[in-house]
Ligand binder design. Sequence first.
Ligand code: ATP
Ligand code: MG
Length: 183
Amino acid sequence: MQFTRLRLSGFKSFVDPTELLIEPGLTGVVGPNGCGKSNLLEAIRWVMGENRAKSLRGSGMDDVIFAGTDRRSPRNLAEVTLVLENRDRNGPAGFNDEDLIEVTRRIERDSGSAYRINGKDVRQKDVQLLFADAATGAHSPALVSQGRIGNLINAKPQDRRAILEEAAGISGLHTRRKEAELR
Ligand code: ATP
Ligand code: MG
């Protein structure tokens, strides 16, 4: 399974409909400060079901909607679509007949988010589950935000271990061990 396209409209600084192709291999996004590089990563995190506004540098979820500039008026709607290619059929269960999986999240000011998978209305949980198995969820340590490397370097050894365990996917084992010890 591979991310192949990202479509944005009204999301943060991407007010006009924008489509990005994500080719196989390494992708670099280059541009001056404030041009929207981090906003792209946040769009990916958001469409995968991120529900903590703070981790998207906002105070409320409506802050992801284009807020306007000197020259352009604000929007009331933001939409992001992430297209996954599933030709190799190693995507999530339930999608074995689909070559493409399109996940869309849309938010309207004051009325919250709605999700669609391949055009069908679904719950936030369905989207979060779709990504949970691939270890690519919105909270996945594989998505490293700006500043997180600094946090890792400055963290206390205990906290640093916790981050590395999360990245290695073994933090769940500790929880289960504690549960077993209590029995
Ligand atoms: P740097 O190189 O400094 O990390 P960057 O390319 O990562 O910069 P971003 O942080 O992605 O830049 O983009 C910041 C820009 O996005 C700012 O100009 C900010 O005003 C704009 N922005 C963020 N949220 C919104 C919003 N809701 N509406 C309009 N513009 C927004
Ligand atoms: Mg940035």
